[in-house]
Design a binder for this molecule. Structure first.
Ligand SMILES: Nc1nc2c(c(=O)[nH]1)N[C@H]1C(S)=C(S)[C@@H](COP(=O)(O)O)O[C@H]1N2
Ligand SMILES: [Mo]
Length: 252
């Protein structure tokens, strides 16, 4: 997003919030409910805080739009990824038999799941849109197992607030709050349009977070760390994309 359009969005967001309750009140509400995003100290922070707080108050339980089968895009667009590390090719050569998704951090029972483990968990399907901040999108059917299932299985501890997730690509990591992490549409996806999830689309495992922009749906996930504080990770803004200047909260 260009700085200019970002700034316009923020102005609109601030105006909307100020219109409802006044800027000070909106900021206080955000604080009281712990709805301050980790990138709130950055240049555009005030806008990010208010957008996140307002969205959360309104949409904690809402569902991402689902489409019908005939709306599935004929040609889904796989956004190019940087060359995958050698360990990816090694795992691919085994048919991803040795791929592991580890859940650690604030859980009672840290665990690693194989792709087979994930396929044997309750299956959930959705026809939803992947939207990139660069302006394109497509609709596909995604199947996988709800992240909530694994968080339950590992035993999320009281006080947990965020799930931080990592790709086998070293520069790709992201995080979401527990409202999104436990949301029924947030799935560890392993199928797309009824077939094995193709590598360009994130196979063998991709976290689908359909309530947020495409960059939150990280491909090739290997680890999920549950935490109460995003400041402990990287530069403290909650993800590689927020470090690069994009909003941590990218709700749609
Ligand atoms: N590991 C990883 N995940 C990623 C990316 C990436 O480069 N690497 N790109 C992101 C971005 S910017 C978008 S818009 C979507 C694109 O999803 P698609 O390839 O299915 O269109 O994937 C996201 N997940
Ligand atoms: Mo993107």
């Amino acid at each position: 997003m260009s700085d200019l359009s970002r700034r316009n969005l923020i102005k609109t967001g601030l105006a909307a919030a100020a219109g409802v309750a006044g800027l000070g009140v909106a900021a206080k509400v955000a604080g009281a409910y712990g709805l301050i995003p980790p990138d709130s100290d950055l240049l555009y922070g005030a806008g990010n805080s208010l957008t996140y707080a307002a969205q959360r108050m309104l949409t904690r339980h809402s569902m991402a739009q689902q489409y019908s089968r005939d709306q599935i895009s004929k040609k889904p667009f796989a956004n190019e990824v940087a060359p995958l590390p050698a360990e990816f090719a090694r795992s691919q050569a085994t048919g991803f038999a040795d791929w592991k998704l580890t859940i650690d951090g604030m859980v009672a029972r840290p665990k690693s799941y194989s792709v087979a483990d994930i396929k044997s968990a309750p299956k959930s399907s959705q026809i939803t849109m992947v939207g990139c901040e660069e302006g394109w999108d497509y609709i596909a059917e995604w199947s996988g197992a709800p992240l909530a299932h694994f968080l339950d299985d590992a035993g999320t501890l009281p006080g947990a607030r965020y799930a931080v997730y990592y790709s086998i690509q070293p520069d790709w990591w992201e995080s979401i709050d527990m409202a999104d992490a436990t949301h029924p549409q947030t799935i560890v996806a392993y199928e797309m349009n009824g077939a094995e999830l193709p590598v360009p689309f994130g196979g063998p495992l991709r976290l689908r977070v359909p309530r947020q922009l495409g960059y939150k749906s990280v491909k090739y996930i290997t680890k999920i760390t549950v935490t109460d504080d995003l400041k402990k990770f990287g530069k403290g803004t909650g993800g590689a994309n927020a470090e690069g200047g994009y909003a941590w909260y990218a709700g749609i």
